[in-house]
Design a protein around this ligand. Structure first.
Ligand code: FE2
Length: 180
């Protein structure tokens, strides 16, 4: 039986209702990989005709999680950033995304400055999904035409989050939709 966006959204809802913690998200990650193995889903939402940019495919009215399609034309390297208190799952549809997790090397006492070191790097290829758990500082790097589906614990526009300038060490408050 084909696995659809509606079925995925409904699975996310029941899984996260029962277990909103890391184990529940890991289950959502494996379901996202299943969804991305469906050619019909990838063709419809991430195919050549899909509208460019960021599209909210589903937002849960009760739990607040979102399923988003990122339909990119141009390559991009994001600065390291966090998602505030939210987690995020990235699932690759086309091409690839290089995922990096960072840790702070400073004591975090100065809110305006930070020193980061990379602690984990991996590449998502089509059909694979990865998780950044609560508050993990991360960055993404993808080539032209890379497309992916992202599930976030909440609407990121509504929460405080920061990005880091690696060259200067400056910590910046992020504006809505500024980075992924
Ligand atoms: Fe992100």
């Amino acid at each position: 039986m084909p696995y659809t966006l509606d079925q995925f959204a409904s699975d996310c809802r029941s899984i996260l209702k029962g277990n909103p913690g890391p184990a529940g998200r890991e289950e959502v990650r494996t379901r996202l990989e299943r969804l991305l193995s469906e050619k019909a889903f990838v063709d419809e939402y991430c195919g050549p005709q899909a509208p460019r940019g960021l599209k909210v495919l589903y937002e849960d009215p009760e739990l607040g999680f979102q399923i988003l399609a990122h339909i990119n034309d141009k390559a991009r390297v994001s600065p390291p950033h966090d998602h505030g208190a939210s987690w995020a799952i990235y699932g690759q549809a086309t091409h690839y995304t290089d995922m990096t997790e960072w840790e702070r090397e400073d004591d975090g006492r100065n809110p305006a400055k930070a020193k980061l070191k990379p602690v984990k790097k991996y590449r998502l290829t089509p059909g694979r999904a990865g998780i950044y758990q609560d508050g993990t500082i991360h960055s993404i790097d993808y080539p032209d035409s890379a497309r992916f589906i992202r599930v976030t614990g909440t609407n990121l526009d509504k929460i405080r989050r920061v990005r880091f300038d690696l060259a200067t060490g400056d910590v910046h408050q992020m504006t809505p939709q500024q980075a992924t």
